[in-house]
Design a protein around this ligand. Structure first.
Ligand SMILES: C[S@@+](CC[C@H](N)C(=O)[O-])C[C@H]1O[C@@H](n2cnc3c(N)ncnc32)[C@H](O)[C@@H]1O
Length: 375
């Protein structure tokens, strides 16, 4: 309830509140011809979504952490911009909002969901499915929500349910005390950029790769290095988004270097990237003579999956020390780690200054994107 009050009070622009239902059609917005959308992203990078949206779209309104929940952003755009929205790199799913209403966490909440969904005008194809994401503590599960909302749609419209291949995906999210209803416009997450030929066990979500590259301030013409490239996610993302950059990935594992090359072929960018087999704690013997970097963007080994946590201080300090002479004056180094304190203390000792730090949720794990410059 509190979250709901917050959303209403902070004014999701353009929503009329009638009988507890926020309805984008209530204010005659059909005439204004604007789309009210909720997009999903990695919790912690909502500001980057708003930034990218303002660059790519005629953004008429926005609210990061829509519904008071991380990883969701409200956007208001003209219909003509919908195609461009699908090109955004910082988002995963796009949901066209139909309405939102308060919902209790007790079992009575399911009746409220049934009633709330029944009151909305839902544009449906010949078949539909309800998809629910639930955030917070409730006496019911996501499956209960799907069942209650699905029953409301069947009772009102008589439309057939198809769980596997529905024509319409109706999204019913319960975000603490708020139920948000919309049509999910994305079938697959936009983070799937190309069919991966090699799946690294700790492959980074390309949405995070994009956010890190952006934070590092990559520009056309830059030399970009990922010193722990794995399957090449960051390097491939870099050349797909920024033109005329020189992108180099290094990894100590031959299997990863080969996999990164195969992924770059699958992405159609193999001629634009270079992957080198080598140990990034000794970059002087890995990088070509005289090669210096403008941006270094890496997802450091966390030591969680490999169980080699003890070796991390050696890897972090060896990497940062051997990188230091290979950085251009205005270089930026953007690193993802779960060991924020360890990385900061090693970096400061070696001669780096922390410029920014962002806490994100990466696959259910709290991680930190840290931005450095040589000091
Ligand atoms: C977290 S993974 C990177 C995953 C990658 N971002 C992706 O999306 O596929 C870390 C990588 O660091 C590599 N690595 C570990 N120690 C290294 C070292 N000393 N030099 C270079 N690479 C190293 C591992 O082989 C692993 O592929």
């Amino acid at each position: 309830m509190m979250i709901h009050a917050g959303v209403i009070a902070s004014g999701v622009p353009g929503f009329a509140v009638k009988d507890g239902i926020m309805n984008p059609h209530g204010l005659g917005l059909e005439a204004a011809e604007e789309h009210h959308l909720m997009v999903t992203t990695i919790p912690g990078i909502e500001d980057i979504v708003v930034e990218e949206a303002s660059e790519r779209l005629d953004l008429r309104g926005s609210q990061p952490r829509f519904g008071g929940v991380g990883g969701r952003v409200y956007l208001r755009i003209p219909p003509g911009d919908l195609q461009s929205l699908f090109k955004m790199r910082s988002i995963e799913h796009i949901i066209r909002l139909l309405g939102a209403f308060p919902v209790r966490g007790t079992e009575a909440g399911l009746d409220e969901i049934y009633r709330g969904v029944s009151e909305l005008a839902i544009p449906l194809g010949s078949t539909f499915r309800i998809t629910c994401e639930r955030v917070g503590t409730h006496e019911y599960t996501s499956i209960d929500v799907q069942r209650a909302a699905g029953q409301a749609v069947v009772d009102k419209y008589g439309t057939r349910v198809d769980l596997r291949n529905p024509e319409t995906i109706v999204r019913v999210d319960v975000l603490h005390g708020l139920c948000v209803v919309g049509i999910q416009l994305t079938r697959n997450s936009l983070r799937i950029r190309y069919p991966r030929a090699f799946q690294h066990p700790s492959a980074l979500n390309p949405v995070i790769a994009y956010a890190m590259l952006r934070l590092s301030g990559v520009q056309a013409g830059d030399r970009v290095l990922d010193a722990f490239c794995g399957g090449g996610t960051i390097i491939i993302e870099a050349v797909q988004v920024w033109r005329d950059i020189e992108a180099v990935g290094v990894d100590i594992s031959p299997k990863c270097v080969d996999g990164a090359r195969r992924n770059s072929e699958a992405a159609g960018v193999s001629s634009k990237v270079r992957f080198i087999l080598g140990d990034s704690t000794r970059l002087e013997s890995v990088l070509p003579r005289g090669w210096t970097a403008d941006r270094v963007v890496s997802n450091l080994p966390f030591g969680i999956r490999s169980g080699r946590r003890k070796s991390l201080p050696r890897i972090y300090s060896g990497f940062l020390a051997s990188l230091r002479p290979r950085l251009n004056e205005e270089a930026r180094v953007c690193l993802l780690t779960v060991h924020k304190g360890l990385l900061r203390s090693i970096a400061e000792r070696i001669g780096y200054e922390v410029l920014d730090s962002k806490r994100i949720i990466n696959g259910g794990l709290v991680a930190h994107i840290m931005l450095f410059r040589p000091s």
